[in-house]
Write a protein that binds this ligand. Sequence first.
Ligand code: GCO
Ligand code: MN
Ligand code: MN
Length: 420
Amino acid sequence: MAVYHDKSMNPVPVTQQQSLVERLMKACGGSYSPATRRKYYISGPQWAAAYQGQALFHAPTRAEVGYEEAIRQYGRIGIAHWATHDTDVIPTEAIGTDRQAEIVAGIKKALADNGVACSMVTTETFHHAVWSASPAAESPQVREYAAFRVSNTVRVGHELGAEFAVYWPGSLGYYVQGAVEETQTLKWYAEAMNAACETDIETAAKYGRPTLKHCMEAKPFEPQAEILLPTSDAMLAWIGSGLLKHPEMVGLNPEYLHELMWGAAPRAALARALLAGKLWHFDINDGYRLKHDVDIAVGLVNPLDWLNVLVLLRSHGYNGPFNLDYKPPRTTSNHGVFAVSFPTAVDRFITLWEMAGEVMEDPIIKEATDALKAGGPAVSGHDAVAIFEANKELLTLHELIAHRLVQILLGLHRGRVYSV
Ligand code: GCO
Ligand code: MN
Ligand code: MN
């Protein structure tokens, strides 16, 4: 018979497991104070805190977490902003009713009590059965309902003081081809966005607030088999297509992993959004190429790429939210979600942000970059070989810069050496 228990190992009593986690978290060191964390425009989504560990083939591993608890914990950790789907906090049947008004009042109180602000609201248009043929379905009734839902979210957003509304049209697509006409569906979807923008203009005037920034979020696969707006670039094309009445009110909320999922370089996708003036909101997380949406916390898989992403964003003065849109792994307990998962995600982000600053100031990278831009000596005429020869030795600096970035990431530039 197999021996499962190694007698030299002492089982850890259940009552001591949380304190073990706490002690090892302290031993990790390197955490920032809540006051420092609050200086960043970081938001914690209701759905990330509340995620119970269930996925397509998994049962939940954690208990539910309501908005009071999520907001209280975010406030304690120093995550100064909170974001939510309408139905994360308002049951579908209560949307637009007096019950909604009561819930919104409760949320406002919880936010005020914990020093947390609502940064973003988003409409759930992917989970409920009503969206089975998408929010831009053939049925006029479904489309009218979609317009009502996004308009209602805009009103809730103003009520809560949000700056952003996000749209993830994950169910805008199909499983079987031919029945859904793509151009028509995209036109119908634009009608919902037009309704949201018109409601926003009216509501903002009523509250004396600026209109919200409406941000489209792409994901290349899931939950439909084929997605009509699968990438941030596809969304830029849709925003500029002439279908929107207020294209200036609509921008992007790229998600790091969603760009990686289709095989893109997230940094290049962000660069295209920056050039279009549409990088307004950013969902931060991590994961793997060409896999499903694993929503792992920022920096746990691709810290080097993340460092480079943040160099890009810092260099361009991005000042929008960094939304912690990840799912604590199902092996993390309810206690672990707020003791380990959120504080470590925030602290890895801040560390990478600070490292990005170091990269921008690094004298070696600066001199190498300047030399590459200066180029080699001038060559007369258009002699391709001579031009290459004049620059050839400088190009080794590309690899040297890459090495330097890894040194900074690993702290080797501070003099750490290995010896045998
Ligand atoms: C995902 C998506 C969602 C959206 C959210 C906002 O990972 O499937 O990122 O989490 O961000 O629905 O509308
Ligand atoms: Mn997201
Ligand atoms: Mn995701």
